[in-house]
Design a protein around this ligand. Sequence first.
Ligand code: UDX
Ligand code: ADP
Length: 478
Amino acid sequence: MTATSIRSICCIGAGYVGGPTMAVIADRCPDVQVTVVDINQARIDAWNDEDLSRLPVYEPGLDAVVGRARGRNLHFSTAVEEAIAAADMVFISVNTPTKTKGLGAGQASDLRWVEACARTVARAAKGHTIVVEKSTLPVRTAEAVKAILSAASTEGGERSFSVLSNPEFLAEGTAIPDLESPDRVLIGGEHPEAIDALAQVYGQWVPQERILRTNLWSSELSKLTANAFLAQRISSINSIAALCEATGADVREVGRAIGTDSRIGPKFLNAGPGFGGSCFQKDILNLVYLCRHFGLPEVADYWESVVNLNTWQQHRIARIVVQKLFGTVTGKRLAILGFAFKADTNDTREAPAIRIARDLLEEGAQLAIHDPKVEPEQIERDLNLPASEAPDAEAGPTRAALSGEGTWWSSAEVADAVAGADAVLILTEWKHYRQLNWDQLAPLMRKPAWVFDARAVVDPAAVAASGLKLWRVGDGDA
Ligand code: UDX
Ligand code: ADP
């Protein structure tokens, strides 16, 4: 098998990683047929929707890429086995959430979807197939995948497999530019020909010096380590934000001062409501689990503290809201602006808004939630609480408010969410929230009214001029 022989790629899993990654591969490699398969029919139908604004993943620039390649050499289908059989290379890009029960619950990754995929590949593949791990997987998962595949190759005659690890470093919201000009592409594996074949695919648009080759385990561990280091920066700056608030310092000034040290660098120093997303927490907990497993409890504790600090920051923000509103939010209306875990995505996995909203609901608050891209049904699932009817802002307190029962509803417009509220909480840094007209919003609120800016996106002078009180993360003067 030579490096140039990849003609057909199948990707199992049409999610936030598989969809955008394959769209860019198809766009950049017009001679390679790329089929993305998923067992979820509704998701595949959405990927095939004529209307590109209805793709299941919101990602700036994705619609244009899909529009160029779909139907030409990019296909979305539920015919999983057929696509595997036709492929020279199969990417496994399925979900690997943290286990909720059994051995390693709360920390280890649940590999049942990966294992199911490996078994499907083992059953359906023909000829030589390169299997690429794309999901975030704990170190040494490739071993399990290899064991399943090698059992199949001994049974199946003319079939053989090579396993590669090719972790994804794209960040949601910037997936397309991240994929189109990555800092690096990492390929881990044992067979140089298989590594070359995948390097050749990326080589269509990524300079060779940015394609790093390692052994399988280094590749898998690099992904966990990169995420652990990034998340650690956020927990570090959030810890300093709390100290700034207590001392009168401003965390943005501290961030600028330390970020100009070229050894530290300016990125990932924004204090906020803590990190969310499908990777950081899961990957660190995975690292923690591995360290404990390998008899390194001190190392496990060190990394676990990054997650603990993050959880603390989220509870801390909810606590500050309660304290500033005279120690109680029972029956009070609060507007939550932003539910996604960051701007420019419709993804809410591990979003800080979930924990903060739950804490406030627990306190009996009435939450009007606005997000430009997140569907109300998703918020309902995340909060594990059905939405209520949006109450009339002019009318008196609702029955739920009077009885101290926390409720929420979704508001399509910021002004509707803010009407009648005692406070606005900004939890996602959507661009739109930077440009709000506080002179128009302030009169809609019940005084004394607060803005809690957990992302530091508002103009403090404009908020002050409108007569609202302001709390900003990491601002000792607010
Ligand atoms: C991350 C990694 O960046 C990516 O390389 C990996 O492949 C998957 O995990 P993602 O979770 O999509 O990507 O987004 P990212 O931009 O890293 O943000 C993660 C969280 O950290 C968000 O909730 C974001 O708001 C928060 N964050 C980020 C901060 O609070 N402050 C910062 O300075 C940067
Ligand atoms: P990620 O962010 O890693 O892309 P997602 O949850 O967005 O995660 O996507 C994973 C996708 O993988 C889901 O659409 C899910 O239906 C799909 N999937 C999971 N297991 C299988 C499987 N055995 N065969 C095909 N698709 C699968």
